[in-house]
Write a protein that binds this ligand. Structure first.
Ligand code: PEP
Length: 252
């Protein structure tokens, strides 16, 4: 039985006071009823430490939105896995499509970041997904499998079983146009099949596959009910405590 994950990606939103206010608003909404899901918030780097101090009780885990692959050195502006661990971070998003688009992150770089995250003891959330033209050309499955294969190249079976994969069609992110839950399920199952082909069904059965792309309190249940989808990576809707809490509840 895979525990669902609801992860909030705050992206480049919220100052420190705003981040603290959001998490303070969120906490009581989640403790009212025991959650059946692992809940993660991923604030911007600048707010990780103050948010971490608010999360002592452990109802909510802390994630970062990115990391650098080297442990330390002359990499101006970068943040290492050890620095994230210092702040109480346990999860890290890797290969988000916005980083692939705006920071030109390629599959080889994403693979190095995944390896660095595992090496340091962080749980990575790997994002994969096709662009609209690729879906329209019938290439979604092929593109996502290719991304996945390249990204997980350096990983061992023991790391794969701990991997969290977010299937995030690029055209559905931040657009208000979510995928059809049925289509998202097809892709989530294709991802698990690809893992099984390489690492066996036992390992693949442990991997949690999330859907991400315009998930809201109103549509989350439709995704979470689909066979093969083990949770959601949520952007815009994670910036509102009530709405994010509603998504968490729909996973219970
Ligand atoms: C995301 O940032 O990963 C995401 C899915 O964003 P949104 O929910 O806003 O589409």
């Amino acid at each position: 039985m895979r525990t669902p994950i609801i992860a909030g990606n705050w992206k480049m939103n919220k100052t420190v006071p705003e981040s603290v206010a959001l998490v303070r608003e969120l906490k009581p909404l989640l403790v009212a009823k025991p959650q059946q899901a692992d809940v993660i918030v991923c604030p911007p780097f600048t707010a990780l430490y103050p948010v971490s101090r608010e999360l002592d009780a452990g109802e909510i885990a802390l994630g970062a939105q990115d990391l650098f692959w080297a442990p330390k050195g002359a990499y101006t502006g970068e943040i290492s896995a050890a620095m994230l661990l210092d702040l109480g971070v346990s999860y890290v998003i890797v290969g988000h499509s916005e980083r692939r688009a705006y920071q030109n992150e390629n599959n080889a770089l994403v693979a190095k970041k995944l390896a660095a995250a595992f090496e340091a003891g962080l749980r990575p959330i790997l994002c994969v997904g096709e662009k609209l033209a690729q879906r329209e050309a019938g290439l979604a499955d092929r593109i996502v499998r290719a991304q996945l294969e390249e990204n997980i190249k350096p990983l061992m079976a023991d790391q794969i079983r701990k991997l969290i994969i977010a299937y995030e069609p690029v055209w559905a992110i931040g657009t208000g146009r979510s995928a059809e839950p049925r289509d998202a399920g097809v892709m989530a199952r294709a991802i698990r099949t690809a893992i099984a082909a390489k690492f066996g069904t036992k390992v693949a059965a442990e991997v949690r596959v999330l859907y991400g792309g315009s998930v809201t309190g109103a549509n989350s249940k439709d995704f979470l009910e689909v066979d093969g989808i083990d949770g959601a990576l949520v952007g815009g809707a994670s910036l509102k405590a009530e709405e994010f809490a509603a998504i968490v509840k729909s996973a219970s």
